[in-house]
Design a protein around this ligand. Structure first.
Ligand SMILES: [Zn+2]
Length: 87
């Protein structure tokens, strides 16, 4: 196989280039495994993000509806007094 840096032809079984000593990459298994690992990690991240988002959204909707009610009750007497401010 060819060395990626100096392009010297090496034995297919050799792990390092005979000329520059660079480690020779084997594309067969390692890259596939790395890709699989990345996909697995991405899947895990995606799942956890989705879980977190659904949790946050459900919390947020409950909170916002609650605070909206509270705000209206609070603001009601003020808006009557000022008159100019509309919500
Ligand atoms: Zn080389």
């Amino acid at each position: 196989m060819k060395c990626p840096s100096c392009e010297r032809e090496n034995q297919p079984s050799s792990k390092f280039c005979v000329q520059c000593g660079r480690p020779l990459k084997r594309k067969k298994a390692s890259s596939k495994n790395a890709l699989n690992n990345i996909y697995k990690i991405l899947e895990k991240i995606f799942v956890s993000v989705v879980k977190l988002l659904s949790l946050v959204v459900s919390n947020w909707t409950v909170r916002s509806s609650f605070s909206e009610k509270k705000d209206r009750e609070k603001r009601h007497p003020d808006t009557q007094g000022v008159g100019n401010v509309r919500y």
